[in-house]
Design a protein around this ligand. Structure first.
Ligand code: AMP
Length: 300
């Protein structure tokens, strides 16, 4: 079934303690798409500039991403993000965010996207997320992601968005920032009170917590010894999860639980390479094999 994503498509500059790479293909919607297409085709809504490489559009299409909604603004520049990881490879500092064409992006959904059953509002401006949501009709499930920048600068819009979505995914520290709470679980409950039916709190290498009015559970991160570069872990977690939900065509509690396990597995591959490179090397069979290992690891 159809899965729509809106978010950033970027060229990132990334520094780890051992390596720096520039112009790495990235962005929240791009990482999401590469993960989700292991399960389901994706309809992408995003904007890029005149510096965007045509072969990157071809790469997206070759993976099952519909790029009808990828707007190219020839006179503008693609969104750029520069980040540096600290020694522990978990904490990172954003050195620079150049919104460029993303700054005043007015998303226009192609007609074929408007009735998408599953919608993911990937990390990006809340204003853009709302504009996309307004153009969709009768989606079964709408889930959003956000980050500290948007919690700071678009707080009121974010509170409006929370009333209109089914699920929210965000980092531990962002849930605390949004609610002013210092305990993760209390923060998660407070986010629930703001509107969404469920919240997924991501805790990096410590996994994630799912919470709804009816349910609460933890999902560990799959432990990998091959940690190369973690950018996009959160987006690919969401991509694996939403891709599986779209493939199943339903979003009941059990399906979401299984979907979250898939999200954790896809994210564990993502961190094994720079940018999106690792997901481009693996197959769905690799994901299923690791999911089985994961099941045996956490079963008791
Ligand atoms: P993650 O590691 O899952 O938080 O996602 C990292 C990706 O998000 C990078 O590829 C960036 O291009 C993108 N990104 C960073 N900051 C922003 C922002 N303010 N809005 C949208 N996307 C962003």
């Amino acid at each position: 079934m159809s899965l729509l994503v809106v978010g950033s498509v970027a060229y990132d500059n990334i520094e780890t303690p051992t390596e720096r790479r520039d112009d790495v293909l990235g962005g929240s919607a791009l990482h999401f798409s590469f993960a989700a297409t292991f399960f389901s085709p994706v309809q992408l809504v995003a904007v890029v500039g005149g510096d965007w490489r045509k072969e990157d559009t071809q790469l997206l299409e070759s993976r099952g991403v519909d790029t009808t909604g990828l707007e190219v603004q020839p006179n503008g520049k693609t969104f750029r993000w520069t980040g540096r990881y600290r020694e522990n490879m978990d904490d990172r500092d954003t050195l620079e965010t150049q919104l460029n064409v993303l700054g005043d992006f007015e998303p226009k959904l192609p007609e074929t996207y408007r009735r998408s059953q599953f919608v993911f509002l990937a990390n990006g401006s809340t204003k853009t997320q709302l504009k996309v949501l307004e153009q969709t009709q009768g989606a079964d499930l709408v889930v959003a992601d956000t980050m500290n920048l948007w919690i700071n600068v678009e707080r009121d819009l974010l509170l409006e968005l929370l009333q209109k979505i089914d699920g929210l995914m965000l980092n531990d520290s962002e849930a605390k920032q949004l609610t002013g709470e210092i305990n993760t679980l209390t923060a998660a409950r407070k986010v629930l009170e703001l509107g969404p039916k469920f919240v997924v709190i991501k805790k990096g290498e410590h996994g994630a917590i799912f919470i709804s009015q009816y349910d609460i559970y933890l999902i560990p991160a799959f432990p990998t010894e091959q940690l190369v570069e973690p950018t996009g872990a959160g987006d690919t977690f969401a991509g694996g999860m939403m891709g599986y939900i779209a493939q199943q065509g339903k979003s009941d509690g059990e399906t979401i639980r299984q979907a979250i396990a898939y999200g954790a597995i896809v994210a564990s591959f993502q961190v094994e390479g720079f940018g999106a490179e690792r997901l481009l090397q693996i197959s769905k069979a690799d994901i299923d094999e690791r999911l089985e290992k994961f099941r045996r690891m956490i079963g008791f």
